[in-house]
Design a binder for this molecule. Structure first.
Ligand code: SAM
Length: 275
């Protein structure tokens, strides 16, 4: 396929952990284009080195200047150009939207090569209903905005899929426990990597687990649809027992109170009984 690609933009998905997940077509395209636009030249440089591909790399993200974007658009009018992100499918919570939009407006050929995507992979793994799902990117950082976003999605009849970071997982699970109690939640972590896991249950149970075992790495957070076999009452004793593994009764009560919205004093009394 080398040197046979026509001019235009080639959107190329790359692995999200396991380098074996690159497609044959992605490799041929990355070899055959005139240059590769990428978020971080070091990250993409490493991938190309692993694949034995030497390529001209051009840094591009959505904060790129108008001039940078115009230069890239001029190149893809004359030659085949690839766009990759650090990992996964470009444009999906990654740069590229403006570039693709303008390229299409100008009649530049745009081709997208399917490949790894963390949201879809987590959806297939979670066991949550998959006939309808809504990908909602990252939840906001601030507590009020996070709760408002969850509330705005409460009646969507679909599994909700979010990108998440390890340091914020506890706050997001607590917010889900408050705003969408009774929903089944899944945490899909480190997908395609050595420590891949997918854990599901009520938000309070997951909050207690991750309070006792702070998560590392990359995370997709999923929330089952409303009315789909809602998870029963939270098993407070199970949450407290899980938290008591590594915490004192007062801390355990605090964690479970935060995750479930239940009264801290009552939880403390119960934690003392369980100890
Ligand atoms: N465009 C990428 C894709 O197609 O999946 C997503 C880029 S976004 C900036 C990065 C987020 O994707 C991470 O914070 C995490 O939520 C999710 N993610 C990426 N790789 C992952 C992995 N291996 N396991 C779990 N989540 C992952």
């Amino acid at each position: 396929m080398e040197n046979t690609l026509s001019p235009g933009l080639y959107i190329v998905a790359t692995p999200i952990g396991n380098l074996g997940d690159i497609t044959l077509r992605a490799v041929e395209t990355l070899k055959g284009v005139a240059a590769v636009a990428c978020e971080d030249t070091r990250v993409t440089g490493k991938l190309l080195h692993h694949l034995g591909i030497k390529q001209r790399l051009i840094r591009y993200d959505d904060h790129a200047s108008e001039g940078d974007r115009e230069r890239l658009l001029a190149l893809m009018e004359a030659e085949p150009m690839a766009l990759v992100s650090d990992a996964g499918t470009p444009l999906i919570s990654d740069p590229g939207y403006r570039l693709v939009r303008i390229a299409r407006e100008r009649g530049i050929a745009v081709t997208s090569l399917p490949g790894p995507n963390a949201a879809v992979l987590a959806m297939t793994l979670s066991g949550l209903p998959n006939d309808r799902f809504l990908f909602a990117g990252f939840l906001p950082n601030k507590a009020k905005a996070r709760e408002d976003t969850l509330a705005s999605l409460a009646n969507v009849p679909a599994t909700l899929v979010f990108y998440e970071t390890a340091p914020r997982l506890d706050a997001s699970l607590a917010a889900i426990g408050e705003v969408l109690p009774g929903r089944e939640v899944a945490v899909a972590r480190e997908l395609t990597k050595k420590f891949e896991e997918c854990r599901s249950g009520p938000p309070g149970e997951l909050a207690a687990h991750y309070a006792a075992h702070p998560p590392k790495g990359e995370i997709v957070l999923l929330i089952g649809p409303p009315g789909d076999e809602p998870v029963g009452e939270v098993d407070v004793d199970a949450l407290l027992r899980a938290a008591l593994v590594d915490a004192k009764a007062s801390q355990a009560a605090g964690m479970v109170a935060k995750a479930t919205g239940l009264d801290r004093k009552t939880l403390y009394a119960r934690a003392m009984e369980l100890k």
